[in-house]
Design a protein around this ligand. Structure first.
Ligand SMILES: [Fe+2]
Ligand SMILES: [Fe+2]
Length: 371
């Protein structure tokens, strides 16, 4: 059993200085190499449908493919300045939730806040892009490493889905926002761990349950908030795929965890906790503040303590916590993960809808047929 320090490199999960000390020290890096320690597994058992829920998901995926170039209207003109200005005008009378004294942002006027809004959007979409590439590599790895035939077939459809997601976010950033950010260091550490681990079920847990679960919640939130029609439709399409992806994780891992010892489950709990913290920590979006000349050591603790900020961060866990519960990860091994999720204030989502059956609600079959 690992200590919290062994899991995330610090004894206090909320140690702001330690969180801020993790930065991307090579922002010009183009190729990032990670050792993949897994065995590739052939199966000679070609009985399709031995896992009926996975087979159903595979059939669903085959008819839910969309084309990033032709199903989205890339001729829509996007004006980031106008969008950020509209948001500023809408929200300008809402009291600032964080005390900005001494941060460098206390004297910001309209222009600085509008600029911050544009940078913040570019940062968020850039991290989605990098996460999508992580999902592309992770699911290619799952095709190789999972021993079950139905799961290999399904995972192959997800590789294509993730390629499409990388494609749309890269194109949107490049041609519409004309702005982007390198990968956040917390996110990269997590993606590295997911690819590096030799155990195939860890790839599933890290990517399909944790990263995808958070991404689905974040996409739902952004889809609700944005008024920009191209981004709204793009997110709607991506969400329809992501809901299947999270279901794939839950449906695959259930039977595997049933056969695990308490010690093996505890290792999965620790990885889930590590992933939760890495993802939470990246949402401080320290790179955006730094690019705008704000002292993150001063503003970060205030952001961390802000109820508004906490509410948003916690919302990101609305899919992860119920899915961990469905997998039995909360209460196994003396409830270690339940306690940890309680300490970071996300356990209250345990009884929200899990995502094993929710994908039908996100389907876009009607839109694809009428297009
Ligand atoms: Fe994706
Ligand atoms: Fe995905």
């Amino acid at each position: 059993m690992a200590t919290v320090e062994e899991i995330i490199g610090r004894t206090d999960p909320n140690d702001i200085d330690a969180i801020l000390a993790i930065t991307n020290t090579d922002v010009d890096e183009v190729e990032h190499v990670v050792a993949d320690n897994s065995d590739a597994i052939f199966t000679w058992n070609y009985h399709k449908g031995e896992r009926p829920k996975l087979e159903k998901l595979y059939e669903k995926a085959k008819t839910s493919q969309w084309n990033a170039e032709t199903d989205l209207d890339w001729s829509i003109d996007v004006d980031p300045l106008q969008i950020s200005t509209e948001i500023y005008e809408r929200d300008k009378d809402i009291p600032q939730p964080v005390d900005l004294t001494g941060t460098g942002a206390e004297k910001w006027e309209k222009d600085e806040w509008i600029n911050f809004g544009m940078e913040s959007s570019a940062w968020a979409l850039s991290q989605f892009l990098h996460g999508e590439q992580g999902a592309l590599l992770a699911t290619a790895k799952i095709v190789e490493t999972v021993p079950f035939y139905d799961a290999k077939l399904y995972a192959s459809t997800q590789v294509m889905d993730e390629a499409r997601h990388v494609e749309v976010f890269a194109k949107y950033l490049d041609t519409k926002l004309e702005n982007s950010y390198p990968v956040n260091a917390h996110l990269r550490l997590l993606l590295d761990d997911i690819i590096n681990d030799s155990r195939w079920d860890m790839t599933y847990l890290g990517m399909q349950i944790m990263v995808e679960g958070l991404a689905l919640a974040a996409f739902v939130f952004m889809h609700q908030m944005t008024t920009e029609p191209l981004l709204k439709k793009l997110l709607r399409y991506v969400m329809s795929d992501e809901a299947r992806h999270v279901a794939f994780g839950v449906l695959s891992l259930q039977e595997v965890y049933d056969g695990f010892t308490a010690a093996e489950i505890r290792e999965r709990q620790e990885f889930a906790f590590e992933a939760a913290l890495r993802m939470r920590d990246r949402f401080l979006q320290q790179e955006v503040w730094e690019r705008q000349g704000v002292d993150t050591r001063i503003i970060a603790p205030r952001l961390f303590a802000s109820p508004d900020n906490q509410e948003f961060q916690h919302l990101l866990f609305t899919k992860i916590v119920p899915n961990c519960k469905k997998l039995g990860l909360l209460d196994a091994a003396d409830g270690w993960l339940r306690q940890k999720f309680g300490e970071i204030n996300v356990i209250q989502y345990e009884d929200w809808v899990d995502t094993s059956e929710e994908y039908d609600a996100f389907a876009i079959t009607d839109e694809l047929q009428s297009a």
